[in-house]
Design a protein around this ligand. Structure first.
Ligand SMILES: [Zn+2]
Length: 136
């Protein structure tokens, strides 16, 4: 078995604000980030699709205590977003003061961009992750 969509291709696309997922031919479920088999039916018959990158905040947490080497990034908000195509994706939420974040964020619509993180002693180099902004 091999990955149809590699992590490398996924992250390279993310750096250009493109969100790639995998759509299952038999059942239609969309998976993101990359998987080897469909998250619903375990089929390997998957097609690469570009997702809209928009969705709804389902939950979030505000982080005030940094992981080692990430002290300069605090405070920040991590949100779990249900994408319009179905899968849930975690990413940082931009444009909201973490100290002022409230439960009113849940259910808000967001659009995805990306954020590049510098490498640290635990990683092989810089990384990239989804960065969400509220749509109003
Ligand atoms: Zn499937």
């Amino acid at each position: 078995m091999e990955y149809k969509l590699t992590s490398k291709a996924y992250y390279e696309a993310l750096k250009q604000d493109k969100l790639l997922g995998l759509k299952c031919r038999p059942c239609g479920a969309v998976s993101v980030p990359p998987v080897m088999v469909c998250r619903q039916c375990s089929s390997q018959d998957l097609d690469i699709v570009e997702l809209k990158g928009s969705g709804t905040i389902r939950t979030f947490t505000a982080v005030f205590v940094a992981a080692e080497g990430r002290e300069g990034e605090c405070p920040y908000i991590v949100a779990l977003v249900e994408l319009d195509e179905g899968p849930w994706l975690m990413g940082n939420l931009d444009g909201i003061d973490p100290k002022a974040a409230s439960m009113e964020l849940i259910g808000k619509k967001v659009k995805m961009g990306h954020k590049v993180f510098p490498g640290d002693k635990y990683s092989a180099g810089e990384g990239v992750s989804p960065l969400f902004n509220l749509i109003d």
